[in-house]
Design a protein around this ligand. Sequence first.
Ligand SMILES: [Cu+2]
Length: 148
Amino acid sequence: MRTFRASPLLAVVIIAFSAWPAGANECQPTVTDGWVRLPPVSMPMLAGFGRIENGCAAPLEIVGASSPAFADVSVHQTSIVDGVSRMRAVPELRIAADDSAVLEPGGLHLMLMQPRAPLQAGGTVVVEFELKDGGVLRGEFEVRKPGG
Ligand SMILES: [Cu+2]
């Protein structure tokens, strides 16, 4: 294989195959186990839960969210203050490198306001998280009946 070292094209191919898949796999944060809680009666406000995993070497900074299925989406944090459950908006959610954020009832959640159409159990809602660096993280959330 005397031509091996002399081929610039082969070198480019090797670099492309060794660098590209690693970058695509390791440095793309993901949304897993996403679901939206379908209330027993129609409500103007729903909650979404799931897990945002940041497998990147850099922190993930979420500064906004939107969905084609809702007029307004924001990240909220529920906490108990003086025995009363309250929630506040989280304008910037920072997830450290190799860490994840869990959105669950009673804690962090997505606040989904004013559905554009009635949601059906088993359906999917897409949410796009807006990142501080200008990127977008897309997540899918399954619509579930309470207790279902
Ligand atoms: Cu909320």
